[in-house]
Design a protein around this ligand. Structure first.
Ligand code: GLC
Length: 742
């Protein structure tokens, strides 16, 4: 009897086992087998449903098979407020106010990959808590012109710096089970005519300058998503482009994730089918731009695609390839049994924002030791400028946020100085843009001031005369034609008459500090008459606290410029030889923009054209001083298979602790193809107490020596002599070493 009972129990258990978890839901099974199990279970309609949007920021799952809706959200600096189903307007929720982290140019300016990882983790936690499965970021388009409205969302002018900084951000974000969607792939380097610009560029510049950060995000970061850009390359829209998507991204780089269109970036069903688009979002198809609502079935990869299959024009071969990638994305996100719960507006997130900003703020100039503000000596400080009181987290396009709080520069600095009994006064100085709303999010500020520019300057000057120190907060903002999506600046200078205010303040008080809040370089004609200049970036929720930390010396600045700061626009390759913004084709709404400067972007152009920038790529001062000793190389002769390590001692020769960034540039002494005079191929940030010396070692391999041979379509490290240049800025490289590649 017992045996029968036993067998019955075993049988029941086996029966139960047989009906429970289908392979695709079994997380212990290999990913590709789970996809093989799931794909044939989907009907044609279900396959089509998951490759295009169903609302402004979501795409369908497969409810019948227990596969949830897939939620995306902007943006690279924080999780955008929830919007109405089919609107850009915010839904007016009261539980989606987030932490705004510093803009990515500030992150890049830290030159500290650990900051990028912490950034990605914190953003991933906020995204998870908000139920998002993909963040539409980070952006890594190369800073080609200081007029580009979206440079604040990107990581500067150098492909190596952007490559090193994007990888840990992607890894941190995805460690939380949230997909990155690295954007905008590719060649979206200005906003003017972004939907209709056809970029013409040589293969070397494409591969050596504009693609490396995307390649690193894919091959080292293992990004689960890539966003196609709006513009065209070789006359085909980048959201379905055979060269960039099928050949380079998927074939050559081995990308196994999903290509997401930018919102409205798809333009043609058959191109979308054949040229690499996997997930179509935000498309205005068949006149959907303003009219039809909830017409997601009209998307190019929706009913029009189904009709072509039903007509026999296409099998499901291409469809199944797209579906495989989307299912793989599901298994990395929505189909994971356990993903971290996330957290929102935590003390850790505010600390992350403040710490990253503190490492990214750049001390550009500091004559006469005006900084840090000596809280023992000064008794009264005057703060001037609209950017001291204007919120910067609202506006600027899709990266706009609804924050739980944003500490403004005036408030942060006042709170810090008053702790030492210092009196803080304020003068507007100038009136710029008093608006403060975007997609239904409003700052709630009333910045209206009816005084004339002369009255504002007189008020500021009379107060400046009474102060021991003056701190001017100016720069750009997130308004159209400033640092904002869809627009470029129309000139390089500071707007709103700020130059006049700065000149007047410089005459009224010799202890003047100018803090420039922007994501772009700006003209500084008053540079020689202002003792201290700080690049303050768009810092987000902790702006005022992070700026105060640096201005009073609680934090010793260690940021380095991620882009060259030209004196004039003419000193930029894109403007000197152009041909920004390109030329309109006759009879077509297409602008051909030829990147005639080729490889020579940023400091590469400085070296070629022998221009003199106001501040160099990699420049940034400290409140202490550092010296570098002689370099030692691990070998003077290497083969292409070897790596080489260069070691240099760095000493803190000043009076306070601080961090320095040792930068390594490589010069190919003689090459059969033209190459930039030097290129950044290594860096390391080191923290030192006063008097401390550290041995900083940087290892490079053949990648650091190679260039892209566009005749052989491959990377080539040519034998011959190479020179290593080490220092603390691209224009301060005192340490040299040589070696030969066999
Ligand atoms: C925008 C931007 C893109 C953003 C998307 C969704 O047009 O180009 O960066 O993620 O649409 O807002």
């Amino acid at each position: 009897m017992k045996r029968i009972v036993f067998l019955a129990v075993v049988l029941a258990a086996l029966m139960a086992q047989a009906t429970v978890t289908p392979l695709y839901l079994d997380e212990t099974a290999p990913l590709e087998q789970r996809i093989d199990d799931l794909l044939p279970r989907l009907t044609l309609d279900e396959k089509l449903a998951i490759i295009h949007a169903q609302s402004k920021f979501s795409s369908a799952g497969v409810p019948r098979l227990g596969i949830p809706t897939f939620w995306t959200d902007d943006g690279p600096h924080g999780v955008r407020p929830d919007v109405l189903w089919d609107e850009w307007e915010q839904a007016g929720a009261t539980n989606d106010s987030c932490v705004a982290f510093p803009a990515l140019t500030c992150l890049a300016a830290t030159w500290n990959p650990a900051m990028a990882h912490r950034y990605g983790v914190a953003l991933g936690e906020e995204a998870r808590y908000r139920g998002k499965d993909m963040i539409l970021g980070p952006g890594v388009n190369i800073y080609r012109t200081p007029l580009n409205g979206r440079n604040f969302e990107y990581m500067g002018e150098d492909p190596y710096l952007a490559s090193i900084m994007v990888v840990p951000y992607v890894q941190g974000l995805q460690s939380q089970g949230v997909a990155a969607c690295v954007k905008h792939y590719a060649l979206n380097n200005n906003e003017l005519f972004r939907h209709t610009t056809n970029v013409i560029i040589d293969d070397r510049a494409l591969h050596e300058i504009y693609l490396p950060a995307f390649k690193a995000a894919v091959q080292q970061g293992h990004a689960w998503g890539i966003m196609g850009a709006y513009n065209l390359y070789k006359n085909i829209h980048n959201c379905h482009n055979p060269y960039l998507l099928n050949d380079i991204l998927k074939r050559d780089w081995g990308f196994d994730g999903v290509v997401v269109s930018d919102w409205g970036g798809a333009h043609d069903t058959e191109q979308a089918i054949r040229y690499g688009l996997d997930l179509e979002f935000g498309t205005w198809t068949n006149g959907l731009s303003e009219g039809a609502r909830n017409a997601y079935d009209n998307y190019y990869l929706a009913l029009p695609y189904k009709r072509l299959i039903e007509q026999g024009k296409y099998t499901t071969r291409e469809l199944d390839e797209k579906v495989r990638r989307v299912l793989r994305l599901f298994m990395r996100t929505t189909l994971r049994d356990y993903r971290p719960r996330g957290s929102m507006c935590s003390a850790d997130h505010y600390d992350a924002a403040r710490t990253i900003a503190g490492e990214g703020i750049v001390l550009l100039q500091n004559k006469g030791g005006v900084l840090p503000i000596d809280t023992r000596r000064v008794r009264r400080v005057l703060v001037v400028g609209e950017n001291a009181i204007k919120m910067m987290t609202v506006g600027g396009g899709s990266s706009s946020l609804k924050v739980q709080r944003e500490v403004l520069p005036l408030d942060g600095l006042k709170a810090r100085l008053q702790r030492d009994g210092i009196e803080v006064d304020y003068a507007r100085g100038y009136v710029g843009d008093t608006t403060g709303a975007y997609n239904g999010v409003t700052t709630g500020q009333n910045l209206v001031d009816h005084r004339t520019p002369a009255q504002l300057i007189d008020d500021a000057v009379s107060k400046a005369r009474q102060a021991d120190a003056v701190v001017f907060f100016g720069g750009l903002n997130k308004s159209n034609h400033q640092d904002a999506e869809e627009y470029d600046r129309e000139d390089y200078g500071l707007p709103y008459g700020q130059n006049e205010v700065i000149e007047a303040l410089a005459k009224a008080n010799k202890n003047l500090v100018v803090v420039n809040i922007s994501g772009n370089a700006v003209a500084m004609p008053w540079r020689d008459r202002v003792p201290a200049i700080v690049q303050g970036w768009f810092i987000g929720s902790e702006a005022g606290n992070a700026l105060a930390d640096v201005l009073v010396g609680d934090v010793n600045p260690s940021g380095k410029l991620p882009f060259t700061w030209p004196e004039r626009l003419q000193d930029v390759g894109a403007h000197a030889v152009g041909d920004y913004p390109g030329t309109k084709r006759t009879g077509e709404d297409i602008w051909d923009e030829e990147y005639r400067e080729g490889l020579y972007v940023g400091y590469r152009w400085v070296d070629k054209a022998k221009t003199r920038p106001a501040f160099a790529f990699g420049h940034g001062l400290s409140y202490t001083t550092f010296t570098l000793g002689k370099a030692v190389v691990s070998s003077n002769h290497i083969t292409a298979a070897d790596s080489l390590t260069v070691t240099v001692p760095v000493t803190n020769t000043g009076s306070c602790a601080g961090a320095e960034v040792v930068q390594l540039y490589v010069r190919d002494v003689k090459s059969s193809m033209p190459r930039p005079a030097k290129e950044l191929k290594g860096f390391k940030k080191v923290y030192l107490q006063p008097g401390q010396t550290a041995q900083v070692s940087i290892t490079i391999g053949r990648d650091a020596l190679s260039y892209y041979d566009d005749t052989r379509h491959q990377w080539v490290a040519e034998p011959g002599d190479f020179e290593l240049l080490l220092g603390t800025a691209s224009d301060r490289l005192p340490v040299k070493a040589k070696f030969t590649l066999e």
